[in-house]
Design a binder for this molecule. Structure first.
Ligand SMILES: Cc1ncc(COP(=O)(O)O)c(C=O)c1O
Length: 440
């Protein structure tokens, strides 16, 4: 059997030729099983997203019921289907306190971001400020793979082979406390990265800046947890200079931080929010871009009766994906998984504190917010960046626990249903692997 017919996403095809993939066959709760029946505790919810855990009958049955009734029909030009209407209502009631008024459905996080960027550029044109086109993203950000989303993203290795990217995009520094470019090696924080955002907007001329884009916590960049008031300060700057604030909630939405959104966790109302991943817990692909009332109003007021936003994916508002999202949201509510994420998050924070204390030669930094955690490995000065992270993740997998390296940061993002005992297993396994791989 050839292992290269299938070109895997973010996958080394040379490694595939040598070792082949690890084929996951089935899953239940927080566990996934390979084709040989080996069990793995999935401490990453696959890719930050199986929030309600695997094997939920209620979602599977909702998908089957909807596929039988109406597997798909176009939502272009005035058509709709009932599940997508119900989902939009449900989302807007959940996102009311985030200030959201309408939601555009797509297929994934990249499309949700692409939609947000287009909505924000067009918004200023509709308001008679056509020069406001520039977008500001941040270093280390991940917003997806499509041209616009990749352009505002800030992970250099993902970008450089595809350059030149979309124009008129700038990148602000990330609020990366322990890799601060302003105060390297020091615990001092003067909010220099926040001031830089303001300076950037002033330098570019606020009359040319459309939007600032931020994940409340930068996940793929290495779970970069900002100071608690960072996002509020960014909000204030955006409001002062009439720049739209887009929060990318693809990872932080749907309970990961113990709230429906990361912006709410930080007490901020953005202008636009993007979602995917946890919105269905992965049972179906779905993206969503929510906008606040003033944006919706601008589009409706400028309308000539033609489609105001000339944008849409064939599968926008897919009924089966919407049915999956509704069932997923019902589980999060009924089982109080936001509370659960907070409770389990407290336990994770304690465990990370302990491992940082007990293994100072191996752990440079460890911390978490809700159920999003990071363990940054000490540099050993011998291996290239990221090699240690890959080795630790591989050894963890051999020991039956799935984590994901972001360079030399081991990132954790388990299903919200994980128990304290299962979290203990994850960190105990990590402890043993670190001692094996990084002996003093
Ligand atoms: C914060 C964030 N935004 C956007 C995306 C892109 O989502 P997708 O891979 O569904 O296109 C991701 C994917 O990991 C993400 O982490």
């Amino acid at each position: 059997m050839s292992t290269t017919n299938r070109w895997g996403p973010y996958t080394s095809m040379r490694a595939m030729q040598e070792h082949g993939p690890l084929v996951i066959d089935h899953a239940e709760g927080v566990y996934v099983f390979d084709e040989d029946g080996r069990r793995y505790l999935d401490a990453h919810a696959a890719l930050w997203l199986v929030n309600v855990g695997y094997g939920r009958r209620e979602i599977i049955e909702a998908i089957a019921r909807q596929a039988e009734k109406l597997s798909w029909f176009s939502s272009f030009g005035g058509f709709a289907n009932r599940p997508s209407i119900e989902l939009a209502e449900r989302l807007i009631s959940l996102l009311k306190s985030d200030g959201m008024a309408s939601v555009f459905l797509s297929n994934d996080g990249s499309e949700a971001m692409e939609t947000a960027l287009k909505i924000s550029r067009q918004y200023w044109k509709m308001r008679g400020m056509a020069a406001k086109t520039k977008l500001i993203g941040r270093q280390h950000a991940y917003h997806g793979v499509t041209a616009g989303a990749l352009s505002v993203a800030g992970i250099t290795a993902n970008r450089r082979l595809f350059e030149p990217l979309v124009g008129d995009v700038r990148h602000a520094p990330a609020p990366y406390r322990n890799h601060c470019s302003y105060h390297p090696g020091s615990a001092v924080c003067t909010y220099a990265c926040v001031h830089e955002v303001e300076r950037m907007i002033q330098f570019e001329d606020p009359g040319t800046v459309a939007a600032f884009v931020a994940e409340p916590i930068q996940a793929a960049g290495g779970v970069i947890i900002p100071p608690p008031d960072y996002l509020a300060q960014i909000r204030e700057i955006c409001s002062r200079y009439d720049v739209l604030l887009i929060t990318d909630e693809v990872v932080t939405g749907f309970g990961r931080l113990g709230e429906w959104t990361g912006a709410r966790h930080y007490g901020v109302q953005p202008d636009i929010m993007t979602f995917a991943k946890g919105i269905t817990s992965g049972y179906q692909p779905l993206g969503a871009t929510a906008v606040s009332q003033h944006i919706l109003d601008a589009y409706i007021q400028a309308s000539t009766g033609e489609p105001e936003l000339r944008h849409g994916n064939t599968y926008s508002g897919h009924p089966v994906a919407a049915a999956a999202a509704l069932a997923n949201i019902a589980i999060i509510e009924r089982e109080n998984l936001l509370d659960r994420a907070r409770g389990a998050g407290d336990h994770l924070a304690q465990l990370l504190h302990q491992i940082a204390q007990s293994l100072p030669d191996q752990v440079a930094d460890a911390g978490s917010e809700g159920l999003l955690g990071r363990v940054e490995l000490q540099e050993d000065g011998q291996q290239p960046p990221g090699a240690l992270g890959n080795l630790v993740a591989a050894k963890m997998r051999e020991a039956g626990v799935i984590v994901r390296p972001a360079g030399d940061v081991i990132t954790l993002s388990p299903p919200l249903i994980i128990t304290d005992g299962q979290l203990d297993t994850v960190i105990e396994t990590l402890h043993d692997v670190l001692l094996e791989v990084m002996p003093v």
